[in-house]
Ligand binder design. Structure first.
Ligand code: FVH
Length: 309
């Protein structure tokens, strides 16, 4: 990552979207000495940036015309089309770095749209909150055009540690979402545990003090699970078996405490599926196969998973 004292560079950047994240990205570019033209759908959000040296873009068309590199940080996939479709002719031969959160397939759709219109497309997934932009803990994953990644690396590195995940534009989003899935399951697990002890008066603060070292230590198990999953042999000795991993008594305890056991019951259902298929003596990591199974539970109902075309 470049430091805030980096010598100013001549790269001009058109920044579309000045929400919490877009404003932080633009501010960091100004700190790093880049020329930045900013635009936001609603008026007034550019005031601080303009005070710091950004050029206000009167319209989307004016903004994207100002520079060869366009960065979009809008809300969701439809807002990217709503903003850029009307000016698509002005984007030809330019580079679009899209940092708007999209699903992998939405990122691929945008890459295909960009290719049709002669736009070099790089998709980005930000693993940071706005306050982290420009600090060592921030990461942004990129996929799509390697040319764009290499050409504008100094711009990208002003924001975070930049990681290129390959030419499939959906890949960065996929990895980002997979990491966030792990994080949200962990947070939900912690809060479920806090609710269990909270039912008998323990504060969440006291529970956090007990949970943090334990959960942190448990992440040491990831590498072992990964080795079994990648090897494809769930009978490898030394693992905790699925039969031993029966969580139904914890589910029952949660219920008895008047605490919703839904998250834990969902894990138990993944275990039960594998035991029912005759794999009870195999390792816990076998629930990976339940995730890959032919139907998934969404909002309480079963449906076939959506597969990429
Ligand atoms: N903030 C965060 O912590 C996360 C970290 C991970 C990555 N996300 C993604 O970044 C995108 C932008 O997030 P944000 O935090 O800047 O979001 P907001 O503050 O809500 O600002 C949203 C901006 O998008 C504009 N916008 C919304 N809809 C449209 C539209 N149809 N056409 C044009 N612009 C649109 C909105 O404009 P306005 O409401 O001020 O007029 C804001 O500029 C997002 O994908 C996160 O998932 C951030």
């Amino acid at each position: 990552m470049t430091s805030p004292t980096t010598t100013p560079l001549a790269t001009g950047v058109a920044m579309l979207g000045l929400g919490a994240m877009g404003s932080s990205l633009a501010a960091r570019l100004l700190d790093a000495g880049h020329q930045v033209t900013v635009w936001n759908r609603s008026a007034g959000r550019d005031a601080d940036l303009v005070d710091r040296g950004a050029q206000p873009g009167a319209t989307v068309a004016d903004t994207v015309t100002a520079h060869p590199l366009i960065v979009a940080c809008l809300l969701r996939h439809p807002s990217v089309h709503e903003t850029l479709d009307p000016v698509v002719d002005r984007l030809r031969d330019k580079t679009l770095v899209n940092l708007t959160t999209t699903t992998p397939n939405e990122a691929r759709e945008l890459a295909a749209w960009a290719a049709v219109h002669g736009i070099d497309y790089l998709d980005g997934a930000i693993l940071a909150v706005p306050a982290m932009i420009g600090s060592p803990g921030a990461q942004v994953f990129y996929s799509g055009s390697r040319t764009a990644f290499d050409q504008y690396r100094e711009v990208l590195d002003a924001w975070a540690t930049s990681i290129f995940d390959g030419s499939d534009a959906g890949r960065a989003s996929l990895i980002d979402f997979a990491l966030l899935s792990g994080m949200y399951h962990m947070f939900a697990g912690f809060l479920h545990g806090a609710a269990m002890v909270g039912s008998e008066g323990m504060t969440a603060k006291d529970f956090a003090a007990r949970a943090t070292p334990f959960i942190s230590a448990m992440t040491g198990g990831f590498a072992g699970f990964a080795q079994v999953v990648d090897g494809g042999d769930y009978t490898v000795a030394g693992q905790q078996s699925l039969d031993f991993s029966d969580l139904s008594y914890i589910v029952r305890a949660s219920d008895e405490q008047g605490v919703n056991p839904a998250t834990l019951a969902a894990v138990q259902a993944l275990i039960t599926r594998q035991i029912a298929a005759g794999h009870g003596s195999e390792g816990f990591s076998r629930i990976y196969e339940s995730f890959r199974a032919a139907e998934v539970t969404v909002g309480g109902g079963l449906r076939a998973p959506h597969r990429s075309p």
